[in-house]
Design a protein around this ligand. Sequence first.
Ligand code: ADP
Ligand code: ZN
Length: 658
Amino acid sequence: MDNNTNNQPQDNENKNKMPKNQILIILLAAFVTMFVAGMMRSYMADKSLKEIGYDQFVQQVEAGEIEAVTVKNTQINIQYKEDSDQFNPAFQYYTVPLERDYKLADRLLDKGVEIKRERQDTGAMLESILGLVLPFVFIVIFMNFMMKRMGGVGKSNAKVYMQKETGVTFADVAGQDEAKESLVELVDFLHHPGKYTHIGAKLPKGALLVGPPGTGKTLLAKAVAGEAQVPFYFLSGSDFMELYVGVGASRVRSLFKQAQQTAPCIIFIDEIDSIGRSRGGYGGSDTEQQQTLNQMLSEMDGMDSSKGLLILAATNRPEVLDPALLRPGRFDRRIIVDKPDLKGRVDILKVHGKNVSMDDTVDFEAIALATSGAVGSDLANMINEAAILAVKNGRNAVCQKDLFEAVEVVLVGKEKKDRVLSAEERRIVSYHEVGHALVSALQKDAEPVQKITIVPRTMGALGYVMHVPEEEKYLNSKKELYAMLVGCLAGRAAEELVFDTVTTGAANDIQQATRIARAMVTQYGMSDKFGLMGLATQEDQYLTGRMVMNCGDATAAGVDDEVMRILKETYNEAKRLLGENREVMDQIAEFLIEKETITGKEFMEIFRRCKGIPEPEKELTPAEKLEAETCAEQATLESGETKAPEAPQSKPVNEQNQ
Ligand code: ADP
Ligand code: ZN
């Protein structure tokens, strides 16, 4: 099916009809221009030209006072002889219908008066036209501008993109099965509104798509329009808002009016939180936002949904939305579009890999396993990067290695070959990273190491450790969180142990560790001091996961003490572990300094050799199995080395060691 032809988004706003205001402005400008021109003409006529009677003129001709005349349509301009009494540097004229005086020409010729033909002086004509048109145009533009500045009065000029057909179907949206299920119902409403109204069911007016950025909310909305084969209006919440109060409200009005004319259709409002913020609280003094929201509410109430008008809105901050928006009859359906799980990620990779040629080595399962925490847009990006890499390397199909490299590029940026670390910095970074990895290997609860590298990356990391999670985890035990903290702080511990100094490279680790420790105390009831008391609530689940303390000041101070204690304890544990395994750390670090990259296999070889552990024969860990399946030397991948379970990140957190 070729939908692309009518797929062009169009600015639908100004083309329907000429707004009344425009006509008014043009009329007004024309009037002003004419008035001004009239004034000028009479002014000039008074000053420079004098009228005389025809008989007087004939007398003057007879008396030979006239040198030349210029005959125009309705008048004759006279040029007197220099010696005549009448002489005046300026012309004089009088008006008379020319055909009355048949002898005029003879008379003039008799007296030797020169007759000049009135030439069409294009320059003068241009001048007079410009003199009229320019002010007119200027006035129109100026008034339009003023109207817009004043807002409200000017017609809505919010960018409304209307697609007659989106060409997207549910098949293009991978994973998100629950969301799709709820939306299928809405498609049916749009298809057969009569079926529902017939038995007296009220049609839903709106649904709210909630989830982190890049999970496919816009895509889903487009798919609903595509499936229902109805037009799709797209605009972002912030498009409504302008500095001037009332603009947003008028834009909402015109949007609904326009949509109602093309119903059945779908209006999709992205980032609805920018207009739908709760009135009062969250800086509620913003009158423009309030008016816009009120207008939206009243439009939704007045909307006749039996025509098949459906409003979808997307947000990643549902908690700030005004309750009135979520009331039954408005956005009463909430559809969660969360980060994809393992299967979802495989499906998304498949959807986006459909049109990319891949060879037999490609295994989406492995990629999906390595990208826990990645959202749809990340994965789409990875497939594209892989294709570009393949082309760059002169191959005509994408292989697994390209994909893994692309994952790295998307997660930590490209290799930054031109950044040269000094020998001392390389040593520090190596020990730091080996510290992380070694501690993970030593603690059997932590995930196995897959790769360590000290090649700087464009996204700021000087080096990083990659882990492959054994399976997706939805729960973390207290013990696991402790292990995570120890691993997190091990980089700094290694620096201190080996160089007896500390660097700025651990800033990210510290931030991460603090967040985990704080969550343990305030949210998970994992500290002995506070027990099960919930001390903080999450503010925006789908974005930063910021926490807000909800306890007294004294308790908050106590929480800080407790967090500090946990961090100190785990840091000491990291130092202890590394101190006891100093020799292993030295050997691995040497290898890394020399080779820049060490794979999980090489790492474990050195680790086992030093510790005298025999190589395992049959029992492979899932991570090693994974590695065995993909080619041996390829860059194997991880998800966030220390993924904080309480704060889903849009991207897996990696070591950022600047
Ligand atoms: P959101 O609106 O949630 O921020 P988008 O819908 O704009 O995210 O998604 C951005 C891009 O990511 C899409 O155009 C699509 O290519 C890809 N994408 C995201 N989620 C999915 C998914 N579930 N299936 C297929 N592609 C997806
Ligand atoms: Zn670190």
